[in-house]
Design a protein around this ligand. Structure first.
Ligand SMILES: C[S@@+](CC[C@H](N)C(=O)[O-])C[C@H]1O[C@@H](n2cnc3c(N)ncnc32)[C@H](O)[C@@H]1O
Length: 280
């Protein structure tokens, strides 16, 4: 309690004493004024933004597992001596859903799996074939991963969630989980992947501590369009989660249930009834 309040309380209890008035000291704020901050929105590429995310959220000396290392673009501007790094990828034999680490071993896990439903197809229409070989080579290992049960965009989400369950296992409490993703329109339906991941990971016990938007400099290539229905996406996200959090940090998932209780689930189920299982 501040000294001023304390002395007034004492006075009220014992008013024949001299008032020992202690003027409150003005506390000078800590830190220095600066505009040199890390911002939530960037134009550029992964290798420029990623080191800033580490700088803000992952202390030097931390043990970090990048479980979808790919070509290691994230690490191009990171001094490897600053961290204790573990790089794996399906291409080199390690599935991000089955990591070779002990429970609670990691301070940080980095995840960037294929984010487009076309990269999970096994029906011959695999995105990135033919003229887009380079794209496929960069974003995918070229085979539909085993044990993905969902289809289309749901396969993308399933990979993120399964990898998050494994990341939660290998992360220590309050460990940092950095997730790269991009929204997509799949089968004509807008799928806000970053929202879907946040909602699901919240339920897994991850607190979404930060979000970064990365906007591409270059314009996406020309497309054949009859009528544009959704904005063409030229941005992606880095989401920063913390494993485990106080109830107040996880409050967002409780509001609907708190307000509507069982009604919320019943109404949701009613809306689902009669909806056809659509094939696209
Ligand atoms: C978008 S790329 C990652 C790019 C990477 N962040 C970089 O900086 O180069 C996706 C990567 O996920 C890998 N991948 C796909 N499924 C995987 C799985 N089940 N486990 C681990 N890696 C997987 C692919 O081989 C590919 O290298």
């Amino acid at each position: 309690m501040p000294k001023l309040q304390l002395s007034l309380l004492n006075t009220a209890r014992d008013d024949d004493k001299d008032i020992d008035f202690i003027a409150p000291k003005r506390k000078s704020p800590d830190g220095e004024s600066t505009t040199n901050l890390i911002f939530s929105s960037h134009m550029g590429d992964n290798s420029e933004l990623f080191p800033q995310i580490l700088q803000l959220h992952v202390p030097k000396g931390s043990k970090i597992a990048d479980v979808t290392y790919g070509k290691g673009v994230f690490w191009r501007n990171v001094n490897p001596e600053d961290y204790w790094l573990f790089f794996t990828d399906l291409k080199t034999g390690t599935d991000c859903r089955r990591l070779p680490y002990a429970d609670g071993e990691m301070d940080c896990v980095v995840l960037d799996p294929p984010y487009m439903e076309g990269l999970y197809r096994d029906d011959g229409s695999f995105a990135g074939q033919g003229t887009h070989d380079a794209f496929q080579d960069h974003y995918s290992n070229g085979i539909r991963p085993e044990a993905i049960t969902a289809k289309w965009h749901d396969a993308v989400l399933e990979m993120y969630i399964k990898a998050a369950i494994e990341a939660k296992r290998v992360l220590k409490n309050e460990g940092v989980f950095i997730v790269k993703c991009q929204d997509e329109v799949s089968a004509g339906i807008q799928r806000l992947t970053h929202v879907e991941i946040i909602v699901n990971l919240n339920q897994l016990g991850f607190y979404p501590k930060d979000l970064f938007v990365l906007t591409r400099f270059n314009r996406p290539g020309v497309s054949r369009v009859v009528r544009q229905l959704h904005a063409r996406k030229n941005h992606s996200y880095f989401l920063v989660f913390i494993k485990g959090a106080t109830k107040s940090k996880m409050a967002s998932i409780g509001v609907m249930n708190h307000l509507l209780g069982d009604q919320a689930t019943q109404k949701g189920n009613q809306n689902m009834e009669g909806e056809e299982d659509m094939q696209f």
